[in-house]
Design a binder for this molecule. Structure first.
Ligand code: FA5
Length: 358
């Protein structure tokens, strides 16, 4: 694109116009060939910057005669617009190029996709539920915010009963409370359906507890209830022995220790033989760390359902008997996975959970 120079202009002006034309062409060629944004910026400074030759020409226009002024002004202004336009277009093209090459750089190492896994507590719960379901228990659910009736009264624990002290919890303004055990679900199920009942329930429980390595104010329990005519303590023992062997290993033994729970009579606490030292209490002469040398690991509580509980849900206490058991899932998971502090289950540090498969 040449510039027509009128016949009357002086030779210097003609030279100037040619210079502007050359500058424009040189700029367009260099800008089109700019390989990256950095070199484009250098070209911007050189051809369109404050100290560029084109600016110099434009600022000297005032010194020219009235005839010359529009010739140079128009040539230089046009050249500047063309250069600015070329700079803008090349910048857009280079930016698009760098974005697309960013996302398609096949030489970069691949990003490993984050594969989630089950929290050890979830894995343990799923396993316990699977075993108990395979033994004929169905799964029931209940609310974590419950009332005193389901958490205490219906479980034969009236307001003045000393057993309430061990289940101190968090009370809401409306008089409801955060359940202290999953036994609340026993009551809800029995209120809804007649015997026979064979049900388990698992979930979060709360107690106003001082937190240490084995106690938390938020923990999980799993509970079992079997009600029918002629259910016996022997069946309770058989059920828990099977559960113990499926979870802890084929050689696991169970023992019952007499205990007290308001809602069962008789009541027991049950222990599984220690799988680490095979119930010996010691490994190669030194005391077993897991069972602390006793050969037994405390698991939970159980017993035959107290007739008063049946009366609270309008069951015929003369006709039916039943057993119930309940234990902490953290406790079993800690033994199973060798976790020595219950607080770790609530830790958001993924280095903890990533240690467990599943
Ligand atoms: C009960 O909660 C009874 N409901 C269990 C039961 C059910 C007995 C049916 C008879 C028939 P206990 O308070 O002992 O019992 O708690 C049972 C288990 O829950 C304990 O063995 C322990 O493993 C777990 N547990 C209780 N409190 C906490 C706590 N603060 N932190 C972690 N685990 C706990």
């Amino acid at each position: 694109m040449g510039i027509n120079v009128p016949a009357f202009v002086a030779a210097e002006i003609e030279i100037m116009v040619r210079e502007i034309d050359d500058l424009r062409q040189e700029a367009i060629a260099a800008i089109g060939a700019a390989a990256d944004l950095k070199s484009l910026e250098e070209l911007r400074v050189h051809f369109a910057g404050r100290r560029s030759r084109l600016r110099e020409i434009l600022s000297s226009i005032g010194k020219l005669s009235a005839e010359e002024r529009p010739i140079i002004g128009s040539a230089a202004g046009k050249a500047q617009r063309v250069i600015d336009n070329a700079l803008e277009q090349r910048q857009a093209a280079l930016e698009a190029l760098s974005e697309s090459s960013d996302s398609f750089d096949i030489t970069l190492p691949g990003r490993r996709p984050h594969i989630g896994r089950k929290h050890p507590l979830t894995a343990m719960t799923d396993e316990l539920v699977d075993v108990l379901r395979s033994m004929g228990f169905s799964v029931a659910d209940g609310p974590e915010v419950d009332d005193e009736f389901h958490n205490f009264d219906a479980l034969n624990t009236p307001a003045d009963h000393p057993a309430r002290d061990e289940h101190d919890t968090f009370y809401l303004d409306d008089g409801n409370l955060l359940r202290t055990h999953t036994s609340t679900v026993q009551i809800r199920v029995m209120q809804q359906q007649p015997p026979p009942i064979r049900v388990i329930s698992q979930g979060r429980c709360y107690r106003k507890e001082t937190v240490d390595a084995t106690h938390h104010m938020v923990f999980h329990q799993i509970e079992g209830l079997y009600v029918d005519e002629g259910v016996s303590l022997a069946e309770l023992k058989g059920t828990l022995t099977t559960l113990g062997r499926r979870i802890m290993g084929d050689r696991t033994e169970i023992r019952f220790r007499p205990h007290f729970f308001p809602f069962t009579e008789p009541s027991v606490e049950f222990d599984f033989s220690c799988t680490i030292c095979a119930g010996e209490g010691q490994i190669q002469g030194s005391r077993c760390r897991v069972c602390k040398g006793t050969g037994w690991i405390e698991i939970g509580g159980a017993g035959m359902v107290d007739p008063n509980v049946f009366r609270a849900v309008d069951y015929d206490a003369e006709k039916y008997t039943g057993f119930a058991f309940g234990f902490g899932i953290e406790r079993v998971a800690m033994i199973r996975y060798g976790i020595d502090d219950i607080r770790l289950f609530l830790d958001s540090d993924l280095r903890f959970t990533r240690q467990f498969g599943g």
